[in-house]
Every structure is written in C-alpha cells, then in structure tokens.
Design a protein around this ligand. Sequence first.
Ligand SMILES: CC(C)(COP(=O)(O)OP(=O)(O)OC[C@H]1O[C@@H](n2cnc3c(N)ncnc32)[C@H](O)[C@@H]1OP(=O)(O)O)[C@@H](O)C(=O)NCCC(=O)NCCS
Length: 155
Amino acid sequence: MLIRKATSQDIDAISALFFDTVTAINKKDYTPEQITVWSASSQKIDMWAERIATQHFFVAILNQQIVGFSSLSYEGYLDFMYIHKDFQGQGMASALLFTLKNLAKQLNIRHIWADVSITAQPFFLKKDFVIRKITNKEVKGIIFENAIMDFFEKL
Ligand SMILES: CC(C)(COP(=O)(O)OP(=O)(O)OC[C@H]1O[C@@H](n2cnc3c(N)ncnc32)[C@H](O)[C@@H]1OP(=O)(O)O)[C@@H](O)C(=O)NCCC(=O)NCCS
C-alpha cells in the first residue's frame, strides 16, 4: 500500500469512495434520511477541489486503486477519514492517520481535532483521541450527532 498526496485527478475516485462508504458502512449507524443527505456531499466537486488544494490531503493506493483518503487542515483539523467499503478493517485508516500525525509533528502541530461520526468514534478512541463534546450538527435540516475529538501530541 502506498500513501501519496491527492491531486484534482483523484476527485472522481474520492467522490465515488465517499458515496459508497457512507451508503454501505455508515448506514448501520444513521437513518436513511441522514445517509441520503450525507452521501449527497460526494457530488460537491468544487468542495473536493478546494480541500485538495488547501489541505494536506492524502490518498491510500492499493493495486492502483484508491482505497482510502484523509486530510488535515493547516491548523490541525482532521477533515476527512474514509476507507473504501471493501477494504475496511485492514489497517488503511491506521496508516493514513500515522501519516497525518507524522506530518503534524514535523509542522509542530501538537493538537489535532476532528468532528467524528458515530461509526468512526471507536477507531479514534483506539488512536488516543478523546471526546471533547457531543454536538448536534445540522445539514439541510437534518441533525447529525457527532463528537468533537482531540488528540494532543505529547511534548
Ligand atoms: C472508521 C474507519 C475510518 C476505520 O478505518 P479502518 O481502515 O477500518 O481502520 P483500521 O483497520 O486501521 O483499524 C484500526 C483499529 O481501530 C479499530 N476499529 C476501526 N473501526 C472500528 C469500529 N467501528 N469499531 C471498533 N473498532 C474499530 C480496529 O479494530 C483496529 O483495532 P486494532 O488495531 O486493535 O486491530 C472506517 O470504518 C470508515 O471508513 N468508516 C466510515 C467513514 C467514517 O465514518 N469516517 C469518519 C467520518 S468523521
């Protein structure tokens, strides 16, 4: 498996992976209405282009296929962590997070935080993130219960 920076050429694959993961994996923790609203974000091509251009945005590649992606803002906000529905539980997210944490260390970013889905909270808890607070985020009139989670690099 290889991890590299994402480019605008990757947008179609990222968008498809996001849609498939939300509809196949997150659906066990959310209502059909929530999944419809959430998965529709996959179509925001300008949003993907903007995030790839303005964040540290990485893709994980296996046999020339994008099997996961993750991004970190310049301030330390972990914006995305999505693994392909067919490659869950194989250490892909661990590898991406390792890359982000190493980069953060190099950039002297000691605090990483994320707005984490119900689905991903056990993963982030395993990776030494702690829950700061539970939030009710509204998207298109639909409420999502998420957790703001923090990771602090030890000095
Ligand atoms: C959460 C997610 C990113 C984890 O990716 P992954 O590649 O399957 O995670 P890994 O294989 O690297 O798992 C690392 C560890 O976390 C644990 N873990 C991962 N997901 C877990 C879950 N849902 N419940 C319990 N443990 C979990 C694994 O068992 C593993 O533990 P181990 O090191 O003791 O073996 C993935 O399930 C996903 O894409 N979820 C849907 C998208 C999503 O909600 N993203 C976050 C948006 S905020």
